[in-house]
Design a protein. Structure first.
Length: 386
């Protein structure tokens, strides 16, 4: 296989160059790269297919100006950043992806996938049910997973058996258990680490090349954190206010929201997000007679705002507040993310019913609102009685 690097390769930073070379070597070794955008993508199928699964969600303002040459300015920054990385050839995983798997969670992303196809990418879009409350929803998603398997089998000339899916489900369940174990360490009072450090750890895990590697990284990290906490305690003062972050994917706003909050006297003890507890608490029934249906049912339990009657999220709110001894809830909504923005009304109602202060931040990826966010978070923490 003869591969070439992007024309702008020499303009990239050393870290990004290293990423391109690393992925290119993987492909030269015969590994297939599957780019994914959403937690609804059934990674069991990709693992069973022998593909490296890589997240493509853009988390930087850097490529948004490039994207805005094509996309509307009043669009979600995650979509603009993701498309910008693709069109500018600055993301190694997007550039070298053999297939990009999308899902119909968001109207903006649905149309963005069409533009990715125009760039010559093989984009496969799964049609996600818009409510998991319908009696047929799991069967619909099962059929979508089945169609994805058939597409991958034909594209890569492979066979994906039920037994392979069961083995992959066992691995993915072990990874979910490991990540959930790490999140639950934050129940300690005071917690063993700041929320920003936990996020960096999970982001690093996501870029390992195999599920087995990812499992080892998280399990070793949990062992280290527990041992260090037992022997040395924690750097987090007991006076820090215990905060739940909920809402949209936050990869692009971690510094200006999470770091600012924790520098101001808070500590994030629980993330009710796609990268947090929302996607690792539920497991696939590995022993189910119909493994495809079991996979489908597990993914439809994810409490995302794109689902009509998203009771999974509201039902979990009071439990998470109690289990993690939360002092306050900060909801982060990305600009133009209408489903999370509208659902925030219900989330605020549920949080206040639990007797906990709540505030909402509507943000983009730029730094123009950094000062305003700092002021609002400082005021919010000051009003919380500890």
């Amino acid at each position: 296989m003869t591969l070439t690097l992007p024309e702008r390769f020499e303009e990239l930073s050393d870290a990004r160059k290293e990423g391109f070379v690393k992925v290119m070597k993987l492909k030269e070794e015969g590994k297939g790269i599957a780019g994914v955008f959403c937690a609804y993508t059934p990674t069991e199928v990709l693992d069973a297919a022998g593909l490296v699964s890589a997240g493509l969600c853009g988390t930087s303002q850097e490529t948004i100006p490039i994207a805005e040459q094509t996309l509307p300015k009043n669009l979600c920054p995650l979509i603009k950043s993701s498309y910008g990385f693709a069109v500018s050839e600055k993301c190694p995983y997007t550039y070298f992806s053999d297939i990009i798997i999308g899902e119909t969670t968001c109207d903006g992303k649905k149309k963005m996938y069409e533009l990715l196809r125009d760039l010559g990418k093989d984009v496969y879009v799964m049609q996600l049910p818009q409510s998991n409350k319908r009696s047929y929803a799991a069967q619909v998603w099962r059929e979508e997973i089945k169609l994805l398997i058939e597409y991958l089998e034909e594209k890569f000339d492979i066979e994906i058996t039920d037994e392979m899916l069961r083995e992959s489900a066992k691995k993915m369940n072990r990874l979910r258990k490991a990540k959930h174990r790490m999140f639950e360490l934050q129940k300690m009072d005071p917690p063993p680490m700041y929320g920003i450090d936990m996020v960096k750890a999970t982001e690093g895990e996501g870029f390992k090349l195999t599920v087995d590697e990812r499992i080892k990284v998280v399990e070793d990290l949990c062992d280290h954190i527990e041992k260090n906490y037992k022997e040395n305690g924690t750097d987090v003062p007991k006076t820090q206010k215990r905060i739940m972050l909920t809402g949209c994917p936050m990869g692009g706003v971690m510094d200006k929201v999470v770091k600012t909050l924790e520098d101001s006297g808070g500590v994030v003890v629980v993330y009710d997000t796609c990268a947090g507890t929302r996607t690792c608490e539920d497991l696939v029934d590995e022993d189910a007679d119909d493994i495809l249906l079991a996979i489908a049912e597990r993914y439809l339990k994810i409490g995302c705002s794109v689902m009509a009657d998203n009771t999974e999220r509201t039902d979990n709110m009071e439990r998470l507040i109690e289990e993690y001894k939360v002092d306050g809830v900060v909801e982060v909504v990305l600009q133009a993310c209408h489903t999370f923005n509208v659902e925030a009304v219900k989330i605020e109602r549920e949080v206040r019913r639990a007797g906990v202060p709540y505030t909402k931040l509507e943000v983009d990826y730029s730094d123009t609102d950094r000062g305003q966010i700092a002021t609002r978070l400082e005021a919010f923490l000051e009003m919380i009685d500890k």
